[in-house]
Design a protein around this ligand. Structure first.
Ligand code: NAG
Ligand code: NAG
Length: 394
């Protein structure tokens, strides 16, 4: 007679327990396996889509300094400067494919645009990326501290781009800033790619402030202007207004595409931000952007953001491409006292549609332009509300 014979009720219980264990284990297995429900493996890809002189370097730093972010500034600069064929339209797909590879941490795509023996320093504005100054790319700056571009550029260069790829793989968020997209459609394949979890933050700025800022470093734009206007080597009259017109049109195109009858895969993946709102209320706006892409705000980041948006100085030519401590809200009004009213009128003509869509009031006289207490920014709530009739009408 076996001593430990089990009665039928105990057997049933054991069978049930075993079944439950199998179900549980299978569940874990599915979650852990690479073919599980999150093909982007939880990684988030963020495109900061903006235009020249629209505060995108600052926004880039807001992401670059975050400890969970791998950031690169304008990788498509390499496409535009290396490929001689002019015309933003012709370069569109090369830019798009480069962005996709970089989001996937595949930097081999860069080799087409670089010298044969390249270093990390061959990447455009590489030292603006905190991740390239931190482990595993470089031992200089711990991942949760703020990087210093000067020190980073002196101490963090390395041969080849393997270290950059390794660094890229080690972050939960890959953020790229680009000023070279003029429409959303070329990004559709990326938005539908199951290996990417793409969010687009579209940063816009008052075109009058953009022109004022572009004039301060006009030479830097000669080449890019020719590509925007697809004009080859022949300079055309009124270049700056025509470039502004193209930029304004692109903002309208992008914003309307994303908000009026957007395709399903765009839903919840597009956020428009006005530079002026960001400098008036940096913490609120930046918090909202972090939330949109699933990043946590930290106390040191809050402090850093406050410091860089409330410093002194109006911004000189020398620091045109740098982020410095200055009162960003003042700088965003500087055009009103320094830009000739004739110019303001022409910009308002070529950017009329974009200005009314994005909530920038026009001025009718020089007097109005210089009356700084007159607020030209339509409050966000109002211009968002004004959207509703258009949305439902379409
Ligand atoms: C890369 O760095 C090496 C030294 O580490 C230097 O000799 C070489 O010129 C650099 N190449 C480029 C393309 O900057
Ligand atoms: C960055 O480092 C340089 C050189 O060490 C130093 O002179 C500069 O003040 C630092 N900048 C900041 C913002 O800390």
């Amino acid at each position: 007679m076996p001593r430990c014979r089990l009665g039928p009720p105990t057997m049933v219980l054991l069978v049930i327990l075993q079944g439950a264990a199998v179900v549980l284990l299978f569940g874990w297995y599915v979650q852990l396996s690479p073919c599980g429900p999150t093909p982007s493996q939880g990684k988030v890809h963020v495109l900061l889509l903006s235009s020249w002189r629209s505060g995108s370097s600052f926004l880039g730093q807001v992401f670059s300094q975050h400890p969970s972010v791998f950031y690169l500034m304008e990788p498509a600069w390499h496409v535009w400067t290396k490929l001689k064929m002019p015309g933003a339209r012709a370069l569109r797909m090369a830019v798009r494919d480069l962005i996709r590879s970089v989001f996937q941490c595949d930097l081999s795509v860069m080799e087409a645009y670089m010298p044969e023996h390249h270093n990390v320093s061959s990447l455009f504005m590489w030292s603006h990326s905190r991740a390239l100054c931190s482990p595993p790319a470089c031992s200089l700056t711990p991942r949760n501290q703020f990087s210093n571009q000067t020190e980073c550029s002196q101490r963090c260069d390395a041969t080849g781009l393997q270290g950059v790829e390794e660094a890229c793989h080690s972050y939960s968020h890959v953020v790229l800033k680009e000023v070279r997209f003029f429409e959303l459609e070329s990004l559709y394949p990326l938005l539908q790619d199951p290996s990417l979890d793409l969010r687009v933050i579209h940063l816009v700025r008052d075109p009058r402030a953009v022109v004022r800022s572009r004039e301060q470093s006009a030479k830097a734009f000669i080449r890019d202007n020719a590509i925007v206007l697809d004009q080859g080597d022949t300079p055309v009259a009124d270049t700056q207004y025509r470039v502004m017109q193209e930029i304004c049109r692109s903002h309208v195109r992008i914003h309307e595409r994303a908000t009026l009858k957007p395709p399903g895969f765009l839903k919840g993946r597009y956020k428009m931000v006005r530079y002026e709102d960001m400098v008036r209320d940096p913490l609120i706006e930046i918090n909202a952007m972090y939330e949109f892409v699933g990043l946590e705000m930290t106390a040191p980041l809050q402090e850093w953001i406050y410091k860089v948006t409330h410093g002194k100085g109006k911004g000189s030519k020398k620091e045109a491409f740098q982020i410095t401590s200055r009162n960003a809200a003042d700088v965003s009004q500087a055009w009103r006292t320094t830009l000739a009213h004739d110019k303001v009128k022409r910009i308002q003509e070529v950017c009329k549609g974009a200005m009314s869509l994005l909530g920038y009031r026009t001025v009718d006289s020089e007097k109005e332009q210089k009356r700084l207490e007159l607020d030209l920014l339509v409050p966000r709530e109002r211009y968002q509300f004004s959207w509703l009739p258009a949305k439902t009408a379409s």
